[in-house]
Design a protein around this ligand. Sequence first.
Ligand SMILES: Cc1cc2nc3c(=O)[nH]c(=O)nc-3n(C[C@H](O)[C@H](O)[C@H](O)COP(=O)(O)O)c2cc1C
Length: 377
Amino acid sequence: MTGEGEPPIDAALAAVSVADLERLAEQRMTPEAWDYVSGGAEDELTLADNVAAFRRRRFLPRVLVGGGATDTRTTLLGREVALPIGIAPVAAQALAHPDGELATARAAAGAAALFCLSTVSSRSLEEVAAAAPDGPRWFQLYVNEDARFTRRLVERAEAAGYGAIVLTVDLPVLGYREREKRRGWELDVPLGNFREPGGAAAAGDAARGDAERGGEVDLDRLLDTRHIGLTWQGLATLRDWTPLPIVLKGILHPEDARLAVEHGAAAVWVSNHGGRQLDRSPAALDALEAVVAAVGGRAEVYLDGGVRRGSDALMAIALGAQAVFTGRPFVHALGAGGQPAVEQVIAILRDELERAMALLGVATLADVRREHVLPGA
Ligand SMILES: Cc1cc2nc3c(=O)[nH]c(=O)nc-3n(C[C@H](O)[C@H](O)[C@H](O)COP(=O)(O)O)c2cc1C
């Protein structure tokens, strides 16, 4: 929730970096919302390392390659996007701004960037699709103990034009987020997808009681999937439910990447959930190259965690990612100034990426290679 009324957007539009918008968000979001979005698990070692890993790497630029325009377009599962930087699924975005996911989805669509909607979004997947009908969009799935409800979610996403199901696999149980514990705060806000489009309660057993009283769900219960025992075999069930491509989000181990491909995943999304799950997981960037090698070109590979500059995106692409996603920068922008600020953060990242490409001596993303990274760095 932002402060008094609509936040002024002047300072947000004067921001020249993701860090500027982050500082503004800290002033403008409630302390609870700020801590929820910004925090990580336990000692926040992985949270910090995600950013530090990008800072450790160095480029090895080429010169005298001509000065043509840079082209940041790429394709994600066959669909062209203007940028290799997508918006990661982040829960309950109404915490940052009343427009929530409608604002982020509209800003992404305006820039032809990919938007990934969380299962636990503030606005329903149908509302988000209607707000940005032409934007490329994927749906992130949390498997619920109520299999019928989970299946309905997948069918609804398919019907509403979402182009892929992103199954998050690094959350068998919620990570231990101390900032929230200290405040005695829990995420118990209305969640759009737990009502059917007609208004009837649609939540699974764990959530139904609360959902009938207004769409609020017990997230701890909802997301705790230890008793379901999600396994690789479960992927086959998901594939029976939908012809949509399946992306596995939350892969760090190269062996899991190999299994993902063997079980039919169209893409592997290297992520430690922004340092919010297992603290002491490796930085996403440090896990990337081994995953790329294990996948061996048989599926697309994405990365999120710690991307704060256009040059970070370029570094991940040089190390083998097809694209990156970023979470907090967009939600911080949303909290700092709503949709115009999200548009601003996309413009900043695009500008930084184009400049970094020109300075690195590459005209297209296909030209970016491992040789553009300093060995051993
Ligand atoms: C406040 C918050 C809520 C999140 N909610 C979800 C979610 O609902 N589903 C999911 O798969 N990932 C979720 N994530 C993880 C993001 O998709 C992404 O992996 C992470 O934010 C990337 O790190 P970054 O914030 O450093 O860019 C969330 C992250 C944050 C910060």
